[in-house]
Write a protein that binds this ligand. Structure first.
Ligand code: CU
Length: 398
């Protein structure tokens, strides 16, 4: 009798450059660990910053097998308070089944004033939406989250991870703007001051603020869900314990929202930089219309074979066109976002996961093939799309 999937697992160290055998992908880099079994992951971090790990097998991540870890960088500016904040939501598991079948009735929850809502077309609802029962930060749903005490003059570093398996999350701190300094653990080419962060599935941002006055403020994850208010935590100064915290409006209208074009100083006109290898991926199609790359159902091994034929050491250009806003992730590498929607970034942004705009958005990555050899997954980090097959491999030829 085969072991039920719920009894098997791996740990994937998202975006970390490490020996391929430590990458934690079932049946690609290792056999899944059975219930009660053990697997020793050993690696020396080559990258610093805000990172995360999660299961890479079946629905385990959906069931909560994930966490943040931070690799300290001694060159980093010290903060008075350095906070790890995992934004996560408890999925309604039956809705995952119907989402996998493309029959979900769960709503789309992009907040008012968001790009996703503005650009949404009538047939964007694809039946692949997951419903969520609770919205949390570090395991707590507001108002049950312990408040965070701060003091005037303190500089606070927020390390924000969106661990939701399917939804982009917008994050705001009432009464404050946020200085974004790092994306996916990597320093941005230049810090960016924003009103709100757009955090795709699997993305991390480090954002700073300074406490300039006394008060009580909510840090909130925004969505159109009626219970979205649960994803909040209070920051307050001494003496503000009885004051009800200031919140943020539901709409993002008129706000400066973090995006790659702004952070990377996008300019019209783009010529692909030199690359030994260039590839184009179209994210669309699939059995239920949401799980394919390149418009044909990929047998991972067969596709790896294709790539083996053409993959060698050197610079790589990857272009992705997307039908519906996918967080594309690459294992074992950092890539530079060099163009978004046909505009080149004067200051490329180093990431391991990037949101491709829906309905024809494009993004271009440039990376050096200098990671350890092996089989590195490239996939949509929306769990439903990934489980439906939106995945391929970049394979190094030794
Ligand atoms: Cu991941």
């Amino acid at each position: 009798m085969s072991t039920p999937a719920s009894d098997l697992g791996t740990i994937h160290w998202h975006g970390m450059i490490l020996p391929n055998a430590m990458d934690g992908v079932e049946y690609v880099t290792q056999a899944p660990v059975p219930h009660g079994g053990e697997f020793a992951y050993e690696f020396t971090p080559r990258q610093s910053g805000t990172r995360w790990y999660h299961d890479h097998f079946g629905e385990q991540q959906m069931r909560g097998l994930f966490g943040m870890f931070v690799v300290d960088d001694p060159r980093d500016e010290p903060a008075d308070l350095d906070l790890a904040l995992v934004f996560h939501d408890v999925p309604d598991l039956p809705s995952v089944e119907s989402a996998m079948a493309g029959r979900s009735r769960a709503p789309m929850v992009d907040p008012l004033g968001s790009r996703e809502l503005r650009e949404m077309s009538a047939d964007d609802k694809m039946g692949d939406e997951v419903a969520y029962l609770a919205h949390c930060i570090n395991g707590n749903a507001y108002p049950n989250a312990p408040p965070i005490s701060v003091a005037i003059g303190q500089r606070i570093r927020l390390r924000i991870l969106n661990a939701n398996p399917t939804q982009t999350r917008y994050v705001r701190l009432a009464g404050h703007r946020l200085l974004v300094t790092h994306g996916d653990g990597n320093p941005l080419p230049r810090p960016v001051m924003v009103d709100a962060l757009r955090v795709g599935v699997g993305e991390r941002y480090d954002a700073w603020f300074e406490v300039r006055r006394s008060g009580s403020w909510l840090l909130q994850g925004l969505s159109a869900e009626p219970t979205a208010f649960e994803q909040a935590v209070v920051f307050r100064t001494e003496g503000m314990e009885t004051q009800s915290p200031q919140g943020v409006p539901e709409s993002l209208d008129g706000l400066e929202v973090f995006d790659y074009a702004g952070a990377g100083d996008a300019r019209a006109g783009w010529v692909p930089p030199f690359a030994d290898v260039s590839m184009r991926f179209t994210l669309a199609g699939g059995a239920h219309g949401f799980g394919e790359m390149d418009d044909r159902r990929k047998d991972v091994a067969a596709h790896a074979e294709d790539l083996r034929a053409s993959w060698g050491p050197g610079a790589v250009g990857v272009q992705e066109r997307d039908a519906y806003g996918a967080p594309a992730a690459l294992h074992g590498h950092d890539f530079a976002i060099v163009a978004v929607d046909g505009k080149r970034l004067r200051r490329p942004i180093l990431k391991d996961t990037s949101l491709v705009r829906a309905n024809g958005g494009t993004i271009a990555w440039s990376l050096d093939a200098d990671s350890p050899s092996g089989r590195w997954l490239l996939h949509c980090h929306n769990q439903i799309h990934m489980m439906d097959g939106m995945m391929t491999e970049l394979v190094y030829l030794d």
